[in-house]
Design a protein around this ligand. Structure first.
Ligand code: 5GP
Ligand code: MG
Length: 181
């Protein structure tokens, strides 16, 4: 495997279970909608909601801001087609990773102007030393070093999302076609 394990499967499971219990406690009796940012947060969404034992809805939003291994020099595009109705809902925005912070900051505004009762944020991963836009996530699974990570929903050129762990592409893999031997 050209990927080195950073966060193994059992650690992900345990931490996500903790986060789910916390969310359930804090949102009990509230009209919660979890809005997951496609495509990277699909896996964490599926696992997280099974640890949230209070009623809630889920919604999806598509935002993309990067190509391949780079997160710089592009503009954020939010696809309206899937936008859930968040009027009078307490929204928890869920993304796979907080890098510069641009995606989540833009989406918080995007949801707020659509009449949500409240908007908070959750990320599975937070990369150290990369943030440009000030935003403190309300829930964070793991803080990780500044490396390009894949797996558990996160991709490199649309591959590696299926890995059950979070890993770092080994030296020399970035820039190569993902299926190159
Ligand atoms: P931000 O807007 O915070 O800079 O970027 C967040 C988005 O960039 C994430 O939703 C994710 O799609 C992508 N991203 C940032 N860092 C990584 C990374 O290390 N690996 C992968 N696969 N995607 C990343
Ligand atoms: Mg993303």
């Amino acid at each position: 495997m050209p990927v080195e394990v950073l966060i193994p499967e059992d650690a992900l499971r345990a931490r996500i279970h903790e986060l789910g219990a916390e969310v359930a406690r804090e949102y009990a009796g509230k009209p919660l909608t979890i809005v997951a940012v496609l495509t990277g947060s699909l896996i964490v969404l599926a696992d997280l909601i099974r640890s949230i034992d209070v009623p809630h809805r889920i919604g999806l939003v598509h935002a993309s801001s990067y190509r391949g291994a780079t997160t710089t020099g592009s503009t954020l595009v939010i696809n309206e087609a899937l936008a859930p109705d968040v009027a009078d809902r307490d929204v928890l925005l869920l993304d796979d990773i907080l890098d510069t912070g641009r995606t989540l900051a833009a989406l918080v505004d995007h949801i707020a102007v659509r009449g949500a009762r409240s908007v908070r944020t959750a990320v599975l991963l937070r990369k150290l030393g990369r943030q440009i836009v000030p935003l403190e996530p309300d829930y964070c699974g793991f803080t990780i070093p500044d490396a390009f990570v894949v797996g558990y929903g996160l991709d490199y050129d649309d591959d590696y999302r299926h890995l059950p762990y979070v890993g770092v592409l080994k030296e020399g893999m970035i820039g190569r076609p993902p299926r190159d031997p």
